[in-house]
Design a protein around this ligand. Structure first.
Ligand SMILES: Cc1cc2nc3c(=O)[nH]c(=O)nc-3n(C[C@H](O)[C@H](O)[C@H](O)COP(=O)(O)OP(=O)(O)OC[C@H]3O[C@@H](n4cnc5c(N)ncnc54)[C@H](O)[C@@H]3O)c2cc1C
Length: 288
């Protein structure tokens, strides 16, 4: 059996130095829940590993003025249970809740979910509508980049050699904002997304403004649905409005057919999830 050299730095500085020194010869792991699967499927060679999981300095959820800052090593479990996330970004708590199983949620990190650049990653649509930015650190310095431009396709990102995601940052939702993350999988839990819909809007006197919608699992990367958002802008919520929005979102959903679903079904379900989510947050109707 091949042994894999593993480095487990205790500080970010040490991790960045190792990453710079070893270049392509080392692979970053956080919770390793994606990497282990990739290694088993032999999609990636098990070279030396840089294990970030001891970097306590990257495991936090805190308010910074009007922003919520989440360290890259924060697990889905920590996000799902965080009173700050529940109060200021409930749709992110919903997304973290739905990830995998308790075991996966205890290991899998938000940084890993983003860096893996999978179109089915559950936290990414939620973070996209929150307008999240990422802090990327290397020995050479720090970059702040919008999450929306981070992934260019499955497994492809703008991360440069030597860089790590260290933080996710987004404005907290205001008291008059509504939001949801709805996902369809083979089962309610313990399944990968067939389609995910994240939504946020300001709602005053039933009228919606600043609408943002993101779709997961229906394109090579998580995408926004600007036409649907524009249609809803300034409108009062009503079931018929949600149904019309659903027809538009189905045209913005660019799903493919694969072993999990057909393109037609996924596109239709994007609409159905939008109707379900809007009924839930606007009317308190559940179980649709
Ligand atoms: C059984 C099972 C069920 C799952 N269910 C779901 C699900 O329902 N929803 C979902 O979204 N995902 C799911 N996943 C996928 C996975 O658990 C998540 O994507 C998780 O968040 C990955 O985090 P991690 O810390 O384990 O990443 P890792 O596997 O450690 O790393 C993933 C990738 O990110 C890179 N990376 C990690 N951290 C950083 C960093 N800070 N900076 C730069 N690069 C970094 C690694 O090099 C690697 O390329 C599931 C996985 C399994 C095995």
């Amino acid at each position: 059996m091949k042994t894999i050299e593993t480095h487990s730095p205790r500080t970010l500085e040490e991790a960045l130095a190792l990453l710079e020194m070893m270049g392509d010869g080392i692979r970053v792991i956080a919770g390793a829940t994606d990497v282990v699967v990739q290694v088993l499927e032999r999609k990636k060679d098990p070279c030396a590993l840089l294990n970030l999981s001891y970097l306590e300095e990257l495991r936090y959820i805190r308010e910074e003025g009007d922003l919520l800052a989440i360290g890259a090593l924060t697990t889905h479990r920590e996000i799902e249970r965080s009173p700050l996330v529940m109060a200021h970004a409930p749709l992110l708590a919903e997304a973290a809740f739905i990830v995998g199983s308790p075991q996966i949620k205890n290991l899998g990190t938000v940084g890993g979910n983003i860096a893996n650049a999978s179109p089915v990653a559950d936290t990414v649509p939620a973070l996209m509508v929150l307008g999240a930015t990422l802090i990327l650190r290397s020995r050479g310095g720090t970059r702040t980049v919008p999450l929306a431009g981070f992934a260019s396709g499955p497994g492809r990102t703008i991360l440069k050699p030597g860089e790590l995601i260290t933080q996710v940052l987004f404005p907290v939702l205001r008291h008059d904002e509504i939001s949801f993350y709805e996902r369809l999988g083979q089962r309610r839990l313990l399944s990968i997304s067939k389609v995910g819909v994240a939504f946020r809007a300001r709602r005053r006197d039933n009228r919606m403004t600043n609408v943002a919608i993101a779709l997961g699992a229906v394109a090579p990367r998580v995408i926004m649905a600007p036409n649907t958002a524009a249609f809803l802008e300034g409108k009062e919520y009503a079931a018929v409005v949600a149904e019309e929005a659903a027809r538009i979102v189905e045209t913005e959903s660019k799903a493919i057919t694969d072993m999990r679903s057909t393109d037609t079904y996924r596109n239709r379900m994007a609409g159905a999830l939008l109707i379900r989510g809007m009924a839930r947050v606007c009317e308190g109707i559940t179980g649709l």
